[in-house]
Design a protein. Structure first.
Length: 111
């Protein structure tokens, strides 16, 4: 019985001392989101010019009654608006043509 009376204070002291040594974990803020994608200037220019040219040609073809033929236009073949200082021609041409087809479709089917 005397042993249990002496053991209780030692056990309590041991629990109190080890509880103070516990590792504290602090929650930190999550990392910031990645930056938004901004296309290169050559892509933005080609998208703008191609879509506008496609809409204009579709409106003309619709008015003239020539039918839906987006790939038969010279603007689709020659991709106007490119300047050598802008970057690679292949990037401009592909982007222009895709935007031209989207613009032509939007312009032709607008009503």
């Amino acid at each position: 019985m005397k042993l249990s009376r002496l053991a209780i204070p030692f056990v309590a002291a041991g629990v109190l001392f080890t509880a103070g040594c516990a590792k504290n974990y602090y929650a930190s803020a999550p990392p910031p989101p990645p930056p938004a994608y901004v296309p290169p200037p050559i892509v933005e220019h080609a998208q703008h010019e191609g879509f506008r040219a496609g809409q204009d040609d579709a409106a003309r073809d619709l008015y003239d009654g020539t039918g839906y033929h987006p790939r038969h236009n010279w603007k689709y073949r020659d991709t106007p608006g490119y300047a050598p200082g802008m970057g690679p021609f292949g990037t401009y041409q592909n982007t222009f043509r895709l935007a031209y087809l989207r613009g032509y479709d939007a312009g032709f089917h607008r009503g």
